[in-house]
Design a protein around this ligand. Structure first.
Ligand SMILES: Nc1ncnc2c1ncn2[C@@H]1O[C@H](COP(=O)(O)OP(=O)(O)OP(=O)(O)O)[C@@H](O)[C@H]1O
Ligand SMILES: [Mg+2]
Length: 230
């Protein structure tokens, strides 16, 4: 079971938006998905309620992340997407500890990038793979990133923080599709918004494959998988 925790100390960075779009996209590709709303604000719960008949299995973290994840495991979820609150409360810490990969949305700009530090520190302390996703970026012109995006990427590179190679632009579709009970990929599959979220999802899938392969190698090196191999 792969756990994608979307976390950032900064309010309004795009945690719920990315979580909702990624989970819906993964599900539309046939993956068995579970979403966990770890934020008492309940924004992901609201997005899911608006999906009516197409709602994803949802749990809250009211009784802890571990319990919600255990239930997801029993239900046979392949992918779990955890939305978190803009805090470093214990539920967020637990969600990061339980993650296979931590996605950290950040809008371009120094205030938002500075706020990334705390989440990065927590992921590093827990030895968790993580990557920043530059979100709500000015759209590219002639395939070129806006200066604010390029500068933000350069800053994160200097700080040794992994960043998703693409960008999620500021597009109304990321908002109104969720309000209408769908994701960009479902409502407007040929849109630029759908293309961006699909690219992010592909990067997530590749990262997870690499992370799981590295764990398998490490386990084999330690002799942990000998019994299974034999
Ligand atoms: N790429 C985007 N394009 C357009 N609007 C966006 C984008 N990302 C987020 N938004 C909008 O910005 C606002 C904040 O986004 P969202 O609620 O996803 O952030 P959040 O990090 O979950 O916030 P919180 O910290 O309060 O939980 C919402 O109104 C959302 O629709
Ligand atoms: Mg949110």
């Amino acid at each position: 079971m792969n756990v994608i925790t979307v976390a950032s100390r900064k309010g309004g960075a795009g945690k719920t938006t990315l979580c909702a779009h990624l989970a819906a996209l993964a599900r539309s590709q046939g993956h068995k998905c579970q979403i966990i709303d770890g934020d008492p604000q309940g924004s992901l719960t609201l997005c899911n309620r608006l999906r009516a008949g197409a709602a994803l299995p949802l749990a809250t973290a009211e009784r802890g992340i571990d319990r919600a994840l255990a239930l997801a495991q029993v239900a046979g979820a392949e992918w779990v997407f955890v939305d978190t609150s803009p805090t470093m409360w214990v539920v967020v810490q637990e969600a990061i500890r339980a993650a296979t990969l931590v996605l950290i949305p950040a809008r371009p700009g120094f205030l938002d990038l500075d706020a990334v530090r705390e989440t990065v520190k927590t992921a590093r302390e827990r030895n968790k793979p993580y990557a920043v996703v530059l979100n709500a970026c000015p759209v590219k012109r002639d395939e070129r990133e806006a200066p604010a995006v390029a500068q933000s990427r350069a800053y994160l590179d200097r700080e040794g923080v992994p960043v998703f190679a693409g960008q999620i632009s500021h597009r109304a579709a990321f908002n109104f599709t969720l309000a209408a009970g769908a994701s960009a990929g479902e409502a407007e599959p040929n849109s630029l918004a759908a293309a961006e979220i699909t690219k992010l999802w592909s990067a997530v899938e590749k990262s997870i494959a690499a992370i799981n392969a590295a764990y398998a190698d490490a386990a084999a090196t330690a002799g942990l998988t000998q019994g299974r191999a034999a």
